[in-house]
Design a protein around this ligand. Structure first.
Ligand code: PMP
Length: 419
């Protein structure tokens, strides 16, 4: 493969398979592709269409292999096609997936998730993170009879009109009852509370600040505890959006290690290791409100992803995936930091080590990040210049060595581009 910065060419000048699929997509899918898979949000030279994955490795439709540092933007935690998860899913698929009623897996999974997550007494399931965050907001409003929802500026909670970052097609009315605060700034939450008066139904917050395109920020424990007491004092519902971090940072809710329990939490991505599943977990005190809302979907009771999730939870517990990804993520961060510093390149490496992100000081419009990412992908390392990366439990020390060999060259490119 060569890098032509746009539709890619093979070494002998023919269009790649990926480029041919892109051309077909442009004719029948608006924009070629949508959302975060929109071609415009990938640096030039990136493959769009993928064919397979195994463990910590993925292959694009041209057969190029990559060490995967994006994990499908979060869902893949144990590695692609994990044998135990896939076997559980296949067993369930052989019995039935989408049926007239749920399979008993839904009860087993509610039992397993409430046993895993401290604040949880009950669970409801859906398909995506947006389903879960939206259900949390609806339950909070049903429970309190209030309207206002406090959200952090720049945070991503999904792609429905109430939360999508794109303004097109969204009415002011859709967002009329959102009040913004700044992550890790308790006084801004107090000000938002004051502005909303006695009408605050809930506060939605992610465990860490992981807005796209900015350095990740860990939570100040005093901020998290402050949110808890503001909710306790006002009767508002504390909603933790654990969609991206859930099960990656802790085998339970991501704020358990800092001792703060939400009333509701939203989950998806990693809970079924790549199978489509969303979940809301909640306290007993909100069970009546959860029962009162009408929420459903044709595919929400499908059993295969639930069987996959049960297997995922078992493997996570047995294999200490959090510990393993922290070890691997630490090696990766140390290596990147050394490579940048020997060249005098000023980088910021942020986030938990298993959800790393790197930015370059003074990098206008991510120009240097794009140079770095493009060289990485050409060398067989799949990462993203603007979105945080993910380390999977399938990645080992040899993979980190290979990643660092490639990033060594990528830093040379950045040094050349910056000079
Ligand atoms: N919340 C957070 C924190 C997320 O990262 C995402 C997805 N990136 C969502 C909600 C929405 O999840 P989904 O794309 O599955 O609807």
């Amino acid at each position: 493969m060569t890098d032509d910065g746009g539709d890619r060419l093979t070494t002998d000048g023919r269009l790649t398979t990926d480029a041919r699929w892109r051309a077909r997509a442009r004719k029948v899918i608006p924009g070629g592709l949508y959302g975060h898979q929109n071609v415009a949000s990938l640096p030039g030279g990136y493959p769009q269409f993928m064919s397979s994955g195994l463990g910590a490795h993925v292959w694009d439709v041209d057969g190029n292999e990559y060490i995967d540092l994006m994990c499908s933007y979060g869902p893949v935690l144990l590695g692609h096609r994990h044998p135990r998860v896939d076997a559980a899913a296949a067993r369930q698929a052989a019995e039935g997936d989408c049926q007239n009623g749920p399979s008993p897996r839904i009860v087993e999974l509610a039992e397993a998730m409430t046993a895993t997550v401290e604040h949880a007494d009950w669970a409801i399931f859906s398909k995506n993170g947006t389903d879960a965050t939206t259900q949390c907001v609806t339950i909070a409003r049903a429970a309190t009879g209030r309207r206002k929802i406090l959200v952090a500026t720049g945070a991503y909670h999904g792609a429905l009109p109430w939360c999508t970052p794109g303004p097109s097609g969204v009415l002011p009315e859709d967002r009329a009852h959102l009040v913004e605060f700044r992550f890790n700034d308790l006084s801004s939450v107090e000000a938002a509370m004051d502005a909303a008066g006695d009408d605050v139904a809930g506060i939605v917050v992610s465990p860490i600040r992981h807005d796209v395109g900015v350095d990740l920020e860990l939570p100040d424990p005093a901020f998290a505890a402050g949110l808890r007491s503001l909710c306790d004092r006002s009767g508002a519902v504390l909603i933790l959006d654990d969609v991206r971090c859930g099960l990656r940072l802790h085998h339970g809710s991501s704020w358990e290690p800092i001792g703060v329990e939400p009333d509701l939490s939203a989950w998806s991505k990693a809970i079924a290791n790549g199978y489509a599943l969303g979940a809301v977990l909640g306290r007993d005190s909100l069970a009546d409100a959860a029962r009162s809302i009408f929420t459903t979907g044709s595919f929400w009771f499908a059993a295969v992803s639930m069987a996959a999730s049960l297997a995922t939870l078992e493997v996570l517990e047995e294999q200490d995936t959090v510990g393993r990804t922290v070890k691997i993520g630490t090696l990766l961060r140390q290596g990147l930091s050394e490579q940048a510093s020997v060249r005098g390149i000023d980088v910021s490496l942020s986030g938990p080590v298993q959800m790393p992100f790197m930015t370059f000081a003074g990098d206008q419009d991510f120009a240097l990040a794009d140079v770095f990412a493009r060289r990485a992908v050409l060398g067989g390392v799949y990462l993203h210049p603007r979105h945080n990366w993910f380390v999977s439990g399938a990645m080992d020390e040899a993979d980190v060595d290979k990643v660092l060999q490639v990033t060594d060259t990528a830093f040379d490119d950045v040094a050349a581009a910056a000079s």
